[in-house]
Write a protein that binds this ligand. Sequence first.
Ligand code: NAP
Length: 314
Amino acid sequence: MADTEKCIILGSGCAGLTAAVYAARGTLEPLVFEGAEPGGQLSLTSVVENFPGFPDGIGGLDLIESIKRQAQRFGARFRYGVVKHIDFAERPFRLEIEDETEPVLAHSVIIASGARARTLDLPGEQELWGRGLSSCATCDGAFFKQKRVVVVGGGDSAMEDAIYLTKFASEVHVVHRRDKLRASQIMQDRALHNAQIHFHWNRVPARFERDGAGKLSGLVAKATDGTAEESIACDGVFYAIGHIPNTDMVGDALPRDAAGYLMADGVVSKIPGVFIAGDVSDHRYQQAVTAAGTGCAAAMEAEDWLQAEGLLGR
Ligand code: NAP
């Protein structure tokens, strides 16, 4: 078995990468497991307008790639792979990696595994996924040139997606379950004043419609008061209905809040040597800059802890 790692970081989004920059500069020689979605959600974001230091905005992927290069410059190592289970019962911790037989051992772990897009479990969802149904407008929007699309949701992601999709689609319809948007005021204003975006208030998706060839041809949305159904003809449907934290690998070893997000004292978990950063424990802010901030804090706590345990070899 390979040597025990000083610090393993789960996740390569803004939190994991920032943790990697700090851990690498702190001589923790971090090993980053990139996770199921390398780069995290930011790499699926078109333009990030609110990350400090970029007055004209920066592409999500550009930002992620820059932080990764920064971490690599200080010696952080990256490995494609998903950590499927961590055994915290003994130290060093034992990490099982998907599709690998050998576990990896680590003195400290930073969990920055982020969150994945929520889905609705409607009939036919599985077959339509990637064939008209998507949760990533930035990835798939260009497939819908001069087509009709529906965006489901009323938060910042939904507004961002709807606005982005107007670059390609001939019609963008937003289906939202209330009559008020959750999105920030600036995003609301942009979307509500965009003549290409049509809002369907107080409605939730009920089922998909398909043409004779099985291709997505519409979304039936039902009124939340149960009064009516409306069929919206479309070629694509984009879910933007929030996220589910990626916590499977910890089992019941760490506490979660009511929404399933990991709980910690700041970034310090209840297990010594285990630290938590980014969206996996952030139900409230979920911003690139807050993820970066907690990634930094987690790496600094890990460094202090390793030093106090005499595991840094300084
Ligand atoms: P969100 O703020 O949680 O919004 C999710 C939306 O989906 C809400 O409008 C919610 O309706 C709706 N929804 C949830 N479950 C649903 C269901 N089962 N059926 C139908 N509708 C459902 O998630 P988000 O938009 O992904 O944003 C997450 C965080 O990232 C936020 O803090 C946001 O500010 C941030 N963000 C910021 C930007 C930006 O600044 N440009 C861009 C993207 C994301 P209700 O409103 O009724 O709850």
